[in-house]
Design a binder for this molecule. Structure first.
Ligand SMILES: C[S@@+](CC[C@H](N)C(=O)[O-])C[C@H]1O[C@@H](n2cnc3c(N)ncnc32)[C@H](O)[C@@H]1O
Length: 323
């Protein structure tokens, strides 16, 4: 059920003012912006995926549309050469990618791994009749991947804290980190010499930065407020007609998620929610996982989201123990 939305008074001016402040004043200003903006909007970000949700509006913003169109270009061409293809998607969201990739006549198999039941419902509704849908309702780190022609992992791995098990254990966390999941992706691709697409931001907020670290605060401000927030804000300013009611939902995302993320710098490490890596660390962990990066490129004008095209490395250079 969608909520009634209204735009708080002077939202645009207040956010513009926040962005124009000297960077060392923005943390305090973000806190004031958060508490002084009356948004009486209770839908939690990233928890609902249906039509009219905040996530639905997020998938319509230019940052995400750029990701979907650039991923679709690669996937369409790759899958057209593979009859009876099997694709694994890790973290399905609302399935928006598949509306860009698949045509009514397409046939294949899509396995979606995601712990949220609503995600599977949303993705299945986007698929043509000839695509068999296999939902796996679980976190990827608990799943053994089957062989595949392609694996797509877009803006999902940053939810998994730590580069690897070893780094996680130093912070009292058990189980797999990013490396172990990426190694599984490499193994899943090998039998069919498949292709993987990884989309992630170039921003560091992983376990090395402890709660309250000013560097962590600044990285979160930079990525979520100065880049994602600005991009959403400019999208809203550029929209002349808004039949989908995107502008209030984009503003709600700026308020709840972009500005709200800055406060995650002060919560216990296990509650941070986003554990991002910068470009050089992604390249290193991909190499260690046995994945060769064929190409990496930024998909937006903000230097934020990168798309990595990956193939399994021919030599067996997986090194799960290297710190
Ligand atoms: C930011 S959304 C990205 C969705 C989609 N890939 C896209 O680009 O639009 C992150 C997705 O990852 C899922 N997710 C979060 N943690 C996960 C985990 N440990 N394993 C698998 N999926 C996860 C969420 O439920 C959500 O669907």
């Amino acid at each position: 059920m969608s909520q009634t939305l209204y735009i708080p008074t002077d939202f645009a001016n207040k956010f513009r003012n926040l962005l124009s402040l000297p960077q060392n004043e923005q943390q305090a200003a973000a806190a004031a912006f958060w508490s002084n903006t009356d948004f009486s909007f209770t839908e939690e970000w990233n928890s609902r995926f249906g039509p009219n949700s905040l996530f639905d509006a997020w998938t319509c913003c230019s940052l995400m549309q750029n990701i979907y169109t650039s991923n679709a270009l690669i996937l369409k061409s790759w899958l057209s050469k593979r009859r009876g293809w099997r694709v694994i998607e890790i973290g399905g969201g609302n399935g928006a990618l598949w509306s860009h990739v698949l045509s009514p006549q397409d046939e294949g198999e899509l396995i979606v791994i995601d712990p949220v039941p609503e995600v599977h419902k949303q993705v299945s509704q986007r698929l043509p009749a000839g695509v068999k849908f296999i939902p796996i309702q679980a976190p990827v780190e608990t799943v053994t991947l089957s062989e595949a022609d392609a694996v797509v992992c877009s803006l999902t791995l940053h939810h998994l804290a730590g580069i690897d098990t070893c780094e996680r254990s130093k912070h009292g966390l058990t189980g797999s980190g990013k490396l172990e999941v990426l190694s599984q992706i490499a193994q899943a691709l090998k039998p069919r010499m498949g292709l993987a697409i990884l989309n992630e931001s170039d921003m560091y907020s992983d376990l090395d930065l402890p709660p309250n670290d000013p560097v962590l605060v600044d990285h979160l401000l930079e990525a979520y407020v100065r880049r994602v927030g600005l991009s959403l804000f400019l999208d809203a300013e550029a929209l002349v007609n808004d039949p989908k009611n995107l502008i209030p939902r984009w503003y709600a995302i700026i308020h709840q998620w972009c500005v709200g993320q800055v406060f995650k710098a002060h919560v216990p490490i296990a509650e941070r929610d986003v554990y991002e890596l910068n470009l050089s660390r992604w390249l290193e962990v991909l190499r260690r996982a046995g994945l060769t990066v064929i190409e990496w490129k930024c998909t937006d004008n903000f230097g934020l989201f990168y798309r990595y095209l990956l193939k399994p490395s021919l030599e067996d250079n997986v090194n799960l123990n290297q710190v």
